[in-house]
Design a protein around this ligand. Structure first.
Ligand SMILES: N[C@@H](CCC(=O)N[C@@H](CS)C(=O)NCC(=O)O)C(=O)O
Length: 213
């Protein structure tokens, strides 16, 4: 398996967590996003969106982090599960994952921030305010969902690692990187702190990647 990644990409970080939890070995192919290596024609041929991650597995070329995680779940059913067994539980975990991957993250992606600065003439300060605003909106709702669904404040849902946890930790990393005030989200902070101590999450961290700076 090959994972096209960038150490600081939170979408790639989600997939790295899923691979590590499942114990699946892979090779990292790094694309430096600030150097726009993801826009090279060779990479676009693999992923027409020119975004990381992309997973290559046995002739399959897969894009979109949540789709990749669901693929791993189905293609490697003997590995630890990241979705609960019951349909309602699966729907809740998918909803929490999507609250991050579909509602927070796309508003704060590198290309969105770059567009705000270059085409819309916004300052770095204004884009930082924007960044923190959308994390705050999303985390406020997730805090409530986590309070309802976590058992013991160590996982987003129940008491086992799920796809929602693989989404929360990278988003928390971004929130901290942009100095977001996390005081209103004590449940999310407690869950993320506890998850970050687990070996698969530590192995997937940006600092542990071969392309880390
Ligand atoms: N929805 C996609 C988002 C992927 C994405 O936005 N990746 C970012 C890094 S976190 C990227 O490649 N950005 C490059 C760019 O904005 O040019 C997923 O979940 O995989």
């Amino acid at each position: 398996m090959k994972l096209h990644s960038f150490f600081r990409s939170s979408a790639a970080y989600r997939v790295r967590i899923a691979l590590a939890v499942k114990g699946l070995a892979y090779e990292t192919v790094a694309h430096h996003l600030r150097k726009e290596e993801q826009r090279r024609p060779e990479y676009r041929a693999l992923n027409p969106q020119a975004l990381v991650p992309t997973l290559e597995d046995g002739g399959h070329v897969l894009t979109q982090s949540l789709a990749i995680i669901e693929y791993l779940e189905e293609a490697y059913p003997e590995t630890p599960r990241l979705l609960p067994a019951d349909p309602a539980g699966r729907a809740v975990v998918r909803a929490m994952s999507q609250a991050i991957a579909c509602d927070i993250h796309p508003l704060n992606n590198l290309r969105v921030l770059a567009y705000m600065k270059s085409a819309m003439g916004q300052s770095q300060e204004a884009t930082d305010v924007w960044y923190r605003h959308w994390i705050g909106e999303g985390f406020a709702a997730l805090e409530e969902l986590a309070k309802r669904n976590s058992r013991g404040s160590s996982h987003c849902f129940g008491d086992a690692v799920t796809m929602a946890d693989a989404c929360l930790v990278p988003q928390m990393y971004n929130a901290r990187r942009f100095q977001t005030d996390l005081a209103p989200y004590p449940t999310l902070v407690a869950i993320s702190d506890s998850l970050e101590r687990l070996p698969p999450f530590a192995a997937a961290s940006p600092e542990g990647q071969p392309d880390a700076e």
